[in-house]
Design a protein around this ligand. Structure first.
Ligand code: COA
Length: 675
């Protein structure tokens, strides 16, 4: 019997097989269930085809693809569902068929199994009357292609139990999805504004306001999207747009109902003809309407409690790959002008202007850090999963405020910092750095970093224990933040690394100071010069992680640490941690300039290989990292931080910093010039 956790998907069509593929990719055993073997085989073939394409495009290694395939078990035997922690129903959109599935799921699943439905056109609550376990039912709406698109809408009903919802959400995190929580309402969050966006494009055409080419060009410019609404309909299916608009219109009224021309196009069984001349003079009319519709619906979603402004925007960025969600677009266009666009559309349809829009002129703010308090422990969650919780001014500002509030709260004994989604924190926001370098605003980087230091020092000086909870990757600023916490609790999915010298800079958020205090200067140099990422288990052996635990033991471990309180000051080791002597030794005396020049003498061929890798790192970054790590031996932490801050302008002014940081965004390999 396999010791992997088991999930299941019922319905082996395109959606179902894609969901199963993603689950297996993330290490689960997956039962792919359908009514007959032919359907199961089609689903398995679908998965094999997608994976083979992935291998051809070098996204997967052949052995990885084989591993994924081997974890998907196709079956028509529903009794096997007894092994599953979660079953996702993904049969086609027919309420009768879905009800049949839910009736059967009740018979075959165990008591703690979550029953998910991937419906897009029905209410989740429509399925409750056929199951004996309505408290276990949750909507799980995935987006096409579900093995690639990270978004999932998680939809509890009025009777979904807290445990089932928490489990459904935790499993979405575990399969590397980005979940947003929505109310059980037509179109949930994303389709509620995306379908009207498509439909409005057709209305503009129908009314003769613009031709297709003009609508496409105007939308690409205004929304920053790669494909306009007509091209998207061609790619995803014009009938699907009609079906979705019909469903919304039935529930929500005429404004949502499909344009007559959309129905006519489906009748013609043809794609939209994208040809024609772009008429720039018509852009304003198009954008006012397209944006007005989007903003109006976004406001309705928030007013009706279907989703928060954060979820509306996250849904657009992750699910639709829009660079900005509706609320951020409003901030960028100017809120008053955006509200006027929405008001004009609302007036035309005799609809009220949503309260969250009416009279508004100040920018919307997003909850980039959320606080929950349970059992006297405050958990501060960085909520930027689509950017792997990278730290920018807003995130650090909100983290600081949330931390100080929790520190001052008499109902809180301990504070946990964690990240939403698959990462803890993937470092400082590289796009933020690049934008500031390119626009000659390096002083802003210095101020941002100084503020970050103040927050991290507040962790250290707080009377309450501060715990970093790592259940995903932590790089650069994320690892530096964890080092400033009193305790680090990590699961096997967690990792630690300092990639800065690979990307043209040095760890500037205390990494050159706190890492060497923890593991000694030689091992700190090894980690910072090579940028090697270590898993949580190894990090625990190094002393970077205080508790390496299974996912199920995290809460109890945190409770015990909070009870224990602030730890005694750690002593600085005089030698590398046991087991890491060989990793540290090559860096004990070697000089950074010799590594960059390729003149360092290696004691063994393995060390020569390591030195060779370090040779490709940014030379100025390496030299400054060396200076700062060595200074940590004699400086106080505050003086060390000032030394890090004192070199920031120099490092961010180098051509190599811009090259290295830009290379991450462009997904290219940098070549450094040493200045
Ligand atoms: N700053 C800004 N954006 C970041 C980021 C960072 N530090 N780390 C990740 N992101 C963004 C990515 O650009 C991507 O955005 P996009 O979807 O708009 O393109 C998104 O987060 C998801 O990351 P992606 O790279 O698609 O995930 P992955 O699993 O393929 O790779 C990493 C993960 C961490 C290996 C990769 O994102 C990376 O190398 N990030 C930079 C890490 C780093 O150097 N940190 C130190 C900064 S000082």
């Amino acid at each position: 019997m396999s010791d992997l956790r088991t999930l299941a998907v019922v319905g082996a069509g395109n959606m179902g097989s894609g969901i199963a593929q993603k689950m297996a990719t993330e290490g689960f055993r997956v039962l792919l269930v359908d009514l007959n073997q032919a359907a199961v085989d089609r689903g398995l073939a679908n998965i094999a085809k997608t994976l083979d394409e992935g291998v051809a495009r070098k996204i997967f290694k052949p052995e990885q693809a084989e591993g994924i395939k081997s974890r998907v078990v196709g079956t028509t035997d529903w009794a096997q569902l007894a092994a599953a922690e979660l079953v996702v129903e993904a049969v086609f959109e027919d309420l009768g068929v879905k009800k049949d599935v839910f009736r059967r799921l009740g018979e075959h699943t165990r008591q703690d199994c979550v029953l998910g439905t991937n419906t897009s056109s029905f209410y989740v609550r429509d399925l409750l009357d056929v199951t004996k376990h309505p408290e276990r039912v949750v909507g799980l709406h995935y987006f096409y292609h579900p093995a690639k698109n990270r978004l999932v809408e998680v939809i509890p009903t009025a009777v979904t139990s807290k445990a089932a919802l928490a489990k459904a959400q935790a499993i979405q995190d575990a399969i590397a999805k980005t979940p947003i929580t929505c109310k059980d309402a037509p179109g949930f969050v994303v389709n509620r504004y995306f379908v009207p966006w498509l439909n409005e494009a057709v209305r503009l055409l129908e009314e003769g306001k613009a031709n297709i080419a003009t609508v496409e060009a105007a939308c690409k410019a205004a929304f920053g999207v790669g494909m306009g609404p007509f091209e998207l309909m061609n790619v995803t299916g014009v009938p699907i747009a009609l079906h979705a608009a019909t469903t919304l219109g039935r529930e929500l009224g005429a404004f949502y109902a499909p344009a007559a021309l959309l129905a006519a196009q489906v009748e013609k069984k043809a794609h939209w003809d994208l040809g024609g001349d772009v008429v720039e003079a018509a852009f304003d009319v198009v954008v006012d309407r397209m944006a007005g519709v989007t903003f109006l619906v976004a406001g309705q979603i928030v007013d009706e409690g279907v989703g928060t402004i954060d979820d509306v925007d996250l849904g657009a960025r992750v699910g639709l790959r829009w660079p900005y969600g509706p609320f951020e677009l409003m901030n960028r266009h100017g809120v008053a002008a955006s509200v006027a666009m929405a008001a004009s559309v609302a007036k035309a349809w005799n609809l009220p202007l949503p309260k969250c829009l009416a009279g508004r002129s100040t920018p919307y703010t997003f909850a980039l850090v959320t606080t929950t308090v349970e059992d006297r422990v405050a958990t501060l969650t960085i909520n930027r999963p689509d950017k792997l919780n990278a730290l920018n001014e807003e995130v650090v500002g909100q983290l600081d405020a949330a931390f100080r509030a929790a520190a001052a709260d008499p109902a809180v004994d301990g504070i946990v910092i964690t990240g939403k989604g698959k990462a803890f924190i993937a470092g400082a926001d590289i796009a933020y750095f690049v934008e500031r370098i390119k626009t000659s605003r390096i002083p802003e980087i210095v101020t941002f970093t100084r503020n970050g230091h103040a927050t991290l020092r507040a962790f250290e000086t707080c009377a309450k224990p501060v715990i970093a909870r790592l259940d995903g990757l932590s790089l650069g600023g994320g690892s530096e933040l964890a080092l400033a916490c009193d305790y680090v609790v990590a699961t096997k999915k967690a990792s630690f690394g300092f990639p800065e010298t690979s990307i043209g800079i040095y760890p500037g958020l205390g990494g050159t100071q706190r890492l060497s205090r923890r593991v000694g200067t030689a091992l700190a140099k090894a980690m910072i010069y090579t940028g090697n990422v270590v898993g949580a288990e190894q990090a625990a052996k190094m002393g970077l992680v205080d508790a390496f635990v299974s996912h199920d033991d995290v809460a109890a471990t945190i409770a015990a640490l909070v009870k224990k309180g602030k730890p005694a000051a750690r002593s600085v080791p005089s030698a590398p941690p046991t087991g890491f002597e060989a990793m540290a030794a090559p860096f004990a005396t070697v000089r950074a300039k010799d590594l960059s020049a390729g003149t360092a003498t290696a004691a063994t061929p393995d060390v020569a290989k390591t030195y060779d890798r370090v040779k490709s790192k940014a030379p100025v970054a390496l030299a400054l990292a060396e200076e700062l790590i060595e200074a940590s031996a004699t400086l106080s932490i505050d003086a060390g931080i000032e030394a890090e801050l004192g070199n920031l302008t120099k490092i961010f002014s180098t051509a190599d910093a811009l090259t290295g940081l830009s290379a991450v965004l462009d997904r290219t390999r940098p070549t450094y010039v040493g200045r």
